[in-house]
Design a protein around this ligand. Structure first.
Ligand code: NAP
Length: 496
């Protein structure tokens, strides 16, 4: 045990709050840099993740700050080490992210550490900095950029270059921890983010629901071609194991360099598929090469499945082998990960379902109703007639928009919004979208598309899935033409 302070970023995140709990459990004194209402969220998260944990009154301090530019004013407290977990996990560029947080944020963190003479950094990266490179990924900083599969990987690779340059200046200790795809805690299945593996599981659940009324033989023969190779490894790792390894690496002065936090005996794609089929009582999918799945030849089931999991498609077709020899050698018994088996996946999915795949109940339901009404009942009818996309692709459909526990049934005809009914209950719509209050703001902002919201678990579709996915591309165009936020909605609040 050391007696200095450990400064941690990202402590309200999925991985970060488990890392913080582990550091505290080991008796460390921690300073967590949080933004927004992090100070309110953190105790709730910690109580859920580690209910047994009792900490001393002077063991945890909270300071305000945000990457890249908002740093706490420092009172001179001696910091022994920084554990940098914060990151932006958006796959495709949205505004300045993910580079602003991951690259610029890391650069500013290093400058801040230098100013305070802090020479010990544990940087949380990702195993997927290897991009689409063939062959096993090794536990070493890769100086030549591989071909990246998305902007997120590129930003995390750039951050690794920065921290490696920093460590190369001498007199500093650097650990780069590279987790694979992180899933729920092993015993409870508890998670707070439902991306990655969860987006795939949710797509299977939706397919299974769309077969609810069909005979069992059909449920077991769903015509679905899956991108990927059946016998390739599928790398998912439980969050509590990942956090334990990060905390251990951060505190072990003998550790330095890169460590893959991946499963040494991962299940194959085929095994994961079989487990998901058992859990959702479906069957029929088969693995094929990428080239076999042409847009035009996709079945409705395939379009629905890939519509929701598009940003992840690359991970099915390219499953790198992660060399874990350094982490196995250093972590010893701590490197032992329990098997990823059916019982574990069931616990993860049961938990995700209980949390409605991450869609929490509203904190401010009245506010959701007010802003939702302003948008659907006034902003949309006012701006739709001036929209190019509504003239080029005039829509005729009844669509339900559900935000938290409020809903609006919108009837579109010839590029206009004919009627809007609020809280229409069971009123029929051909299809619809369901999201959280946070998802609503992101959806109308014009910087993210529906696909990203579906993949991150922030929104889902119901009813005629194919029509809903087609329509989400049109809505995306509209939000680009008419981006909206709280300020822009204010004038439409009258009477809401
Ligand atoms: N989850 C995975 O499967 C996975 C796999 C490999 C690597 N990783 C890496 O692990 C790290 C944590 O991921 P996660 O899954 O725990 O993500 P997460 O749940 O989205 O949490 C991200 C954390 O970073 C904070 N954060 C984000 N942007 C920030 C900014 N601009 N300034 C300050 N804080 C900011 C968030 O604060 P708020 O709560 O205030 O938003 C939150 O605490 C990331 O670096 C990610 O690249 C994740």
């Amino acid at each position: 045990m050391s007696h200095g302070w450990t400064f941690i970023t990202g402590a309200t995140g999925f991985i970060g709050h488990y890392v913080l709990a582990d550091l505290l459990r080991r008796g460390e004194r921690c300073i967590a840099m949080l933004r927004n209402d992090g100070a309110r969220r953190l105790p709730l998260l910690r109580r859920e993740a580690a209910p047994e944990l009792v900490i001393a009154s002077d063991q945890l301090r909270i300071v305000d700050g945000a990457l890249p530019n908002e740093w706490p004013t420092w009172d001179g407290t001696k910091i022994d080490r920084v554990v940098h977990v914060a990151g932006n996990t958006t796959f495709r560029r949205a505004g300045e992210e993910p580079a602003r947080t991951n690259v610029e944020g890391t650069a500013q963190l290093l400058a801040w550490m230098d100013a305070l003479a802090i020479a010990d950094l544990t940087h949380v990266s990702t195993a997927y900095v290897c991009g689409a490179a063939p062959g096993p990924a090794i536990e070493r900083i890769q100086r030549t950029p591989p071909q990246f599969q998305n902007d997120y990987e590129a930003s995390k690779w750039q951050a690794e270059q920065l921290v490696a340059d920093w460590a190369g200046r001498g007199g500093r200790r650097l650990v780069v921890a590279r987790p694979a795809i992180v899933t729920g805690a092993y015993e409870s299945g508890r998670a707070t983010e439902f991306r990655g593996f969860y987006a795939v599981a949710r797509a299977v659940e939706q397919l299974s629901r769309s077969y609810d009324e069909r005979p069992r033989e059909q449920r077991l023969q769903i015509p679905l071609r899956l991108r990927g190779k059946a016998d390739e490894p599928n790398q998912i790792v439980p969050v509590d194991w990942v956090a334990r390894a990060i905390a251990r690496l951060a505190l072990d002065r003998s550790a330095s360099g890169v460590f893959h936090l991946a499963h040494p005996r991962p299940p194959s794609n085929a095994e994961i598929k079989r487990m998901l089929e058992t859990i959702f009582d479906v069957g029929g999918g088969r693995f094929v090469g990428d080239e076999e799945i042409f847009e035009a030849s996709q079945s409705a089931e395939e379009r629905a499945f890939y519509g929701g999991t598009q940003p992840l498609a690359a991970y099915f077709s390219h499953s790198p082998h992660f060399d874990c020899s350094r982490s196995l050698a250093l972590l010893g018994r701590d490197a032992e990960i329990p098997a990823i088996d059916l019982a574990y996946l069931r616990r993860c999915i049961d938990f995700a379902r209980a949390r409605r795949w991450g869609r929490q109940m509203p904190l401010h339901t009245a506010e959701t109703a007010r802003f939702g009404s302003a948008y659907f009942e006034r902003f949309l009818p006012a701006n739709l007639p001036n929209s190019l996309v509504s003239r080029v692709q005039p829509v005729r459909a009844s669509i339900r928009f559900v935000v938290e526990n409020h809903e609006w049934l919108c009837r579109f005809a010839d590029g206009r919004l004919e009627t809007v009914r609020r809280d229409s209950g069971a009123a029929a719509g051909e299809f619809g979208y369901r999201t959280t209050a946070a998802g609503f703001w992101r959806a109308i902002s014009g910087v993210v598309d529906g696909e990203q919201l579906f993949a991150s678990g922030e929104a889902d579709v119901f009813g005629d899935i194919e029509a809903a996915l087609k329509m989400s591309a049109i809505l995306r165009e509209f939000t680009r033409e008419f981006p909206c936020d709280r300020g822009r909605l204010e004038p439409y609040l009258v009477g809401a």
